[in-house]
Every structure is written in structure tokens, then in C-alpha cells.
Design a protein around this ligand. Structure first.
Ligand code: PGA
Length: 241
């Protein structure tokens, strides 16, 4: 059975005060959420400690937005697996397109981060997806197969989530057509040795398209940016019909 995982990626949004305000508005909406859905919040590093305390004993799991491959060392601006697990983090996003695009992340560094995460029993959420130009020139399939092949060398597919995030759909309001997202996610699954890896869709997921997205047979959840910042909209997403 494939697990359903709904994750909010807050990117570089929300101070500690704002993150607590979010929880106040959001937590009660989980009373309606079926137990089978795993709910994950991935705030900025500075919010992790305080949110971890607030979430203690709740069903919401905590995720980070990146992890380094070393346990410690002279890596200014980075954060390590032991630092995350000590405060109760269970998931970590790896290889988000914004990391690849703006911070020089490559399939090789993604691979190292994935393995480091797993060595600390964190569940990595590996992001893959093509740019508009790559889609227009028919490179989508080949690119995704390469991202998976290089990213997953030596990675345990029994502790892994993958997010298909077409770059042109992120933050643009231009959602990938649900049938097309379903098709690409099927292609991703065909590349895996474990068919039960949950595969999410990400890219302009909103309250008004979540039901249609989750109705697709290959899609096991969503990775939500903008619409996870407001309690009401994220509540509607986790309580999809
Ligand atoms: P978006 O971001 O929902 O704001 O498009 C998704 C993501 O980057 O994970």
C-alpha cells in the first residue's frame, strides 16, 4: 500500500511568531482529516525548534528543506542530519528546483544529501522536474530519468518519497494538467525498484485543484508551496475530497 503524504514547503517564509499563528489557525482542521494521510510541514530552519515543541503529540510531522551530507564541519550556512533529528525532524526535502537553480545543487550533491538523510532515519523527499524549455524541446522524460538514475545511486527506496515538480508550474499558477502529471509520475514509478515509493505532485497546488489532482491513480500526495502558507487553504488541501 502506498502512503499518502501531503507536505507544505514554506520556503523562506514565516518568522517563529508567524509559524505559531499558522498552527493556531490550522491544527483544528485536522479533526476531519482521515488517519491514512500523513501531514508534513517543512518550515525554515529557524522555525523548526519552536514548531517541534508545539506539534509534540500531534499527528503533524516535521520536515526540513535541506540537509548536508556531513555530520558536522566547516560548511557555513549548512545544517546536518543530527541537528535535525535532535529536534524531532522526520522528513527533509532534497534537490528542490530552487536549490538546483539558485544554489548550484547537482544530481551528485542531491545523491549525497539523500544518503545522509537516510543514514539518520530521515525520510527524504527527492524533487525532480523539467523546465519550460526542456518540456518544449521534448526533453522531459530523458531529464527525469537522468535525475532519478544519478540521484538514487545507493539510495534505499524503502525510506523515500519522490515529488514530481515541473519547474514551470512552481509558483506560477500554471498547474500541470492532471493527466499529464499522472503520466509523468507513472514514468517515474516505472524507473523504481520499489513500486510503493509515494510519489507526490508539486507546482501550483491549490484548494481548487487538489481534488482533481488526488483523484489521479498514480499521484500519492502533494508538495505545496504558496497554498501551504495560509491555514485555511492548507486545511482544504489536507482535507481533499
Ligand atoms: P508552489 O510551490 O505550490 O508555490 O507552486 C511548490 C514547491 O515549490 O514545492
Amino acid at each position: 500500500m502506498r502512503k499518502i503524504v501531503i507536505a507544505g514547503n514554506w520556503k523562506m517564509y514565516k518568522t517563529q511568531t508567524e509559524s505559531l499563528e499558522f498552527l493556531q489557525g490550522f491544527m483544528h482542521s485536522l479533526e476531519e482529516t482521515p488517519d491514512s494521510r500523513e501531514i508534513v510541514l517543512c518550515p525554515p530552519f529557524t522555525d523548526l525548534g519552536i514548531i517541534s515543541k508545539s506539534l509534540h503529540g500531534s499527528r503533524v510531522q516535521l520536515g526540513a528543506q535541506n540537509v548536508h551530507w556531513e555530520d558536522y564541519g566547516a560548511y557555513t550556512g549548512e545544517i546536518s542530519g543530527p541537528m535535525l533529528t535532535e529536534i524531532g525532524v522526520r522528513y527533509v526535502i532534497v534537490g528542490h528546483s530552487e536549490r538546483r537553480q539558485y544554489f548550484g545543487e547537482t544530481d551528485e550533491t542531491v545523491n549525497k544529501r539523500l544518503k545522509a538523510a537516510q543514514s539518520y532515519h530521515l525520510t527524504p523527499i527527492l524533487c525532480v522536474g523539467e523546465s519550460k524549455q526542456q518540456r518544449d524541446t521534448g526533453e522531459t522524460e530523458a531529464l527525469i530519468v537522468t535525475q532519478l538514475k544519478k540521484g538514487l545511486i545507493g539510495v534505499d527506496q524503502h525510506n523515500l518519497i519522490i515529488a514530481y515538480e515541473p519547474i514551470w508550474a512552481i509558483g506560477t499558477g500554471d498547474t500541470c494538467e492532471t493527466k499529464e502529471a499522472n503520466r509523468v509520475i507513472g514514468l517515474i514509478r516505472s524507473q523504481l525498484t520499489n513500486p510503493d515509493v509515494p510519489i507526490q505532485y508539486g507546482g501550483s497546488v491549490k484548494p481548487d485543484n487538489i481534488d482533481e489532482i488526488m483523484a489521479q491513480p498514480e499521484i500519492d500526495g502533494v508538495l505545496v508551496g504558496g497554498a501551504s502558507l495560509q491555514p485555511d487553504s492548507f486545511a482544504r488541501i489536507v482535507n481533499y475530497q
